[in-house]
Design a protein around this ligand. Structure first.
Ligand code: SF4
Ligand code: SF4
Length: 168
């Protein structure tokens, strides 16, 4: 873990100043063939997460309560040796949309070194976040605008796409 890693320094300030450009970028990406953008996303996502380590950051685990579906709840409760109902009582709540989410932030399963105590059994939402992998990149274009405010990896991915769109 390196809390002073350059890639997470001042990304929030930079992102705030770039929102208009990102909105324009997403509009441009929507007009491109989905297959071409998906292929690019595959490269950009992989390169980003090879270069940057989530253990430097953990902003999602610290500030966004993940959604849990029924399968997640059963799996995690079993892993913890708890009854499903007890796990729900202790760790989950209903959010304003009626979805079941982790009760508290930072997540109770986040260790101080930013590792996850239930990593192998973590919720699907945690596995899929921040939705920039090839299978979801195009369908979640609008969400990337929101997630860039919470996730420095998404910020860097949009920055890279800004460079690539000029070459398209
Ligand atoms: S997914 Fe994004 S917000 Fe979460 S730890 Fe990785 S870089 Fe940080
Ligand atoms: S379950 Fe693990 S990956 Fe998901 S928010 Fe909690 S600590 Fe992070």
């Amino acid at each position: 873990m390196n809390k002073n890693a350059d890639w997470i320094k001042d990304w929030k300030g930079q992102e705030k100043g770039r929102r208009k450009e990102y909105k324009k970028l997403v509009g441009q990406l929507k007009k491109k063939p989905a297959r071409a953008i998906t292929e690019l996303a595959d490269d950009v996502h992989q390169n980003t997460f090879e270069k940057y380590d989530c253990l430097d950051c953990a902003n999602c685990c610290t500030s966004i309560p993940p959604q849990l579906n029924r399968t997640d709840i059963k799996r995690i409760a079993k892993h913890l040796g708890m009854k499903t109902a007890d796990f729900k009582d202790e760790f989950t709540r209903q959010d304003e949309d009626g979805d079941t989410v982790m009760k508290s932030t930072p997540c109770p399963f986040l260790n101080t070194d930013h590792t996850c105590q239930i990593y192998e059994n973590r919720p699907r939402a945690c596995r899929e976040y921040p939705h920039t992998h090839a299978a979801q990149f195009v369908q979640q274009l609008d969400l990337h605008l929101v997630n860039a405010r919470h996730c420095p990896a998404v910020f860097h991915i949009l920055e890279r796409f800004e460079e690539l769109i000029k070459e398209c």
